[in-house]
Write a protein that binds this ligand. Structure first.
Ligand code: C2E
Ligand code: MG
Ligand code: MG
Length: 632
């Protein structure tokens, strides 16, 4: 006698899952497709299990060949199910992405052999036999089905442990759990062969999968009902090595302002309406809402991007009715990934798309195309971002020094500290590339402090007076300069190294002069500690001479461009500036002196110090010390 008591609830639960699966938005990625296969196979196994057991019970009354077919079918599906759970486990780790078909087939080797054994049962008694009287018995290869089941369960668990880093965060235990439930189910089947209980365990595995991986919150953005950023990344990662048929983004122009003009609730309603429009108009394409007014559409097959842009653009000419007689009118800008581009590195495409969409928000003009060139640009900025974080966190910002020559003495009198960091391949990155990034990601304060500390260490460890140096200039970014605790922090470092403040001149730029009152307060406070201030890059910004007069600088550095202009045209504006600064009691430095003639020209108009490649490029601090320390 077979025991069917578990079957009905299993049917109900499985049917519910199927209904859920088809009524909720589902992302066409391998993982979801594998899950759907599991659902179908499980449904079939359940049906055939009941049918074959019932048929065997009816015994003689059923044609012999039918009994054989239905039992063969059952075992074939049973084996397939074990292999499908294994494939699903691999898909969690994205192991099958980009894998050759032959390799995928090889993974199914054991299942294929077992399927052959099961199908052979149509003609030979391999797994089971059915006598003329309808009596069912196991045969010598019956255990093949267990070998197959155990093989794939253990292979799944081994794969999970071996590729733990590829399992999405927080899903490792769940992934092991559903495989262990399968293992218990298989053991139960061996112990209680007459109970149709294994299906209950498979169902429990399905429940675990459903709650962990098929939870629509993972991939769906609730306001728009469209897929989210993670969905976009996951789907693109599966397109690796293929061409992007259609990747189109669009941005709601001035989204931040729109949220201010319309209330947040109305704007959210607007987003929902746009989401509905996209889902309804393009059911065969996949639409995403990437937050902050950014949408994307992906087509796995060929689609006419031009037509799409036209249609969507047309719809946006009309307002979106956000209820309570509120009409939201919004312009959009398209960002299209060049269709000929191959997706070699999906992450780069996603980053390219995001960077382009973000640039639209700042530029807000014309449609943008993401191509190899723009991706390479972002790539290098990503590398710089990484290098900044690494250098700052591992105290690896390097101190380079460039000498400042006195025009009266014709000798080195000071130096400027310039920061350098290294890319992963060891090459140097220019501060013009990494300083703006460090300012944006908040590392500039730590970076600047490291430079200050390394300069102090240099002063302590070397006899700078012997080099002829009276001070070293250290650059301060406006963000760092305006910090209230700057004086305290720098004073503590001076104390740590036993260095006098007067040996360090702090360079600030005109950008720091935006908050004039704060600037004066800060300078005054730090001058009490003994620091001196230098105005860097004079002439590169909006210089306000009246304000300058009231700032107690010791030195003003003429920007390189200004120096070049003077060298080329010799007009009298620069000499006038120099005279004016001298009247204000500032000494003057000319930057970017690249040859003898420039040095002479700027000395003649009264500059006190010269800095430039003509004397020396910035060099590593130790090399600087070796070069300028006189031999005893
Ligand atoms: P800056 O403070 O105006 O530094 C002078 C820059 O001019 C340096 O560029 C130097 O290498 C370059 N230079 C010197 N002589 C010549 C020359 O004859 N010809 C040419 N073409 N260039 C010359 P560098 O080292 O690339 O630094 C660029 C900028 O990055 C600096 O301009 C400064 O604003 C910033 N920076 C460098 N280190 C730091 C730092 O530690 N903190 C902060 N906040 N900014 C820094
Ligand atoms: Mg400087
Ligand atoms: Mg400068």
């Amino acid at each position: 006698m077979w025991n069917y008591s578990f079957v009905l609830p299993n049917f109900i639960a499985l049917s519910t899952f199927l209904v859920f699966y088809f009524t909720r938005p589902r992302l066409p990625i391998k993982l979801n497709k594998s899950f759907l296969k599991i659902l179908f196979i499980e449904m079939a196994v359940l049906t055939i299990d009941v049918a074959s057991s019932a048929a065997l019970e009816s015994g003689k009354s059923i044609p012999h060949v039918f009994l054989r077919i239905i039992n063969v079918l059952f075992f074939a599906l049973f084996i397939m199910r074990a292999a499908m759970f294994f494939m699903f486990t691999l898909d969690i780790m994205k192991i099958r992405n980009g894998m050759k078909a032959a390799h995928q087939l090889a993974l199914l080797g054991i299942a294929i052999v077992c399927e052959a054994i099961a199908l052979a049962n149509m003609f030979f008694d391999t797994i089971f036999s059915i006598s003329e009287t309808g009596a069912y018995a196991k045969c010598f290869l019956y255990n093949a089905i267990y070998v197959c089941s155990f093989f794939y369960i253990f292979a799944s668990i081994a794969a999970l442990f071996a590729n733990r880093s590829r399992v999405p965060d927080g899903f490792f235990l769940n992934s092991c759990a559903f495989n262990i439930v399968l293992l218990i189910g298989t053991l139960m089947r061996i112990v209680f062969p007459k109970f149709l209980i294994m299906d209950s365990f498979c169902l429990l595995s399905i429940v675990i999968i459903c709650l962990s991986f098929e939870n629509s919150a993972i991939y769906v953005e609730p306001r728009s009902g469209l897929f989210n950023k993670k969905a976009l990344r996951d789907i693109l990662s599966e397109l690796s090595g293929k061409r992007c048929r259609l990747i189109l983004g669009f941005v709601l122009n001035n989204y931040g302002e729109l949220r201010e003009i319309y209330s947040g609730t109305q704007m959210d309603r607007g987003i929902a309406l746009i989401g509905q429009f996209l889902a309804k108009s393009y059911p065969s394409l996949i639409s995403f809402y990437l937050l902050n007014g950014r949408f994307a559409i992906i087509g796995k097959k060929e689609a006419d991007a031009g037509r799409l842009m036209e249609e969507i653009g047309e719809r946006f000419k009309k307002p979106w009715n956000a209820g309570a007689e509120v009409d939201i009118s919004v312009d959009i800008t398209f960002v299209q990934v060049k269709p000929e581009m191959r997706i070699d590195c999906p992450e780069k495409i996603t980053n390219g798309l995001f960077a382009a969409m973000n640039s639209v928000r700042t530029i807000g003009s014309g449609n943008v195309v993401v191509d190899e060139e723009s991706i390479a640009r972002i790539d290098s900025s990503t590398e710089i971002k990484r290098a900044v974080v690494h250098a700052v966190e591992s105290n690896a910002v390097e101190l380079f020094l460039q000498p400042l020559f006195g025009t009266r003495t014709g000798k080195i009198e000071g130096a400027e500290a310039l920061a350098r960091i290294r890319a992963a391949d060891g090459s140097l990155i220019s501060p013009t590339a990494f300083i703006p990034i460090a300012e944006k990601n908040g590392r500039i304060t730590m970076l600047g402090e490291q430079m200050f500390e390394k300069t102090c260490a240099f002063i302590r460890n070397h006899d700078i007076a012997a080099m002829g140096i009276s001070w070293i200039n250290v650059n301060l970014s406006p963000i760092q300069f305006l910090r209230r605790d700057l004086n305290e922090r720098f004073s503590a470092i001076l104390e740590k190294y036993g260095v006098e403040a007067k040996l360090i001149h702090l360079e600030i730029t005109e950008e720091s002069m935006i908050d004039y009152a704060l600037l004066q307060k800060q300078i005054q406070l730090m001058r009490n500690t003994g620091f001196q201030f230098v105005l860097d890059d004079y002439g590169s910004g909006y210089s306000n001479v009246t304000r300058l007069r009231k700032c107690p600088f010791v030195n003003v550095k003429l920007d390189m461009e200004l120096v070049r202009d003077y060298y080329a045209s010799r007009d009298d504006t620069i000499p006038t500036f120099v005279q004016m600064f001298k009247k204000m009691n500032f000494s003057v430095t000319a930057e970017g002196i690249e040859n003898e003639e420039m040095a002479r020209a700027l000395t003649e108009i009264g500059c006190d110090y010269l800095q430039g490649f003509h004397f020396s490029a910035p060099i590593p601090a130790e090399e600087f010390a070796a070069r300028y320390t006189p031999e005893r």
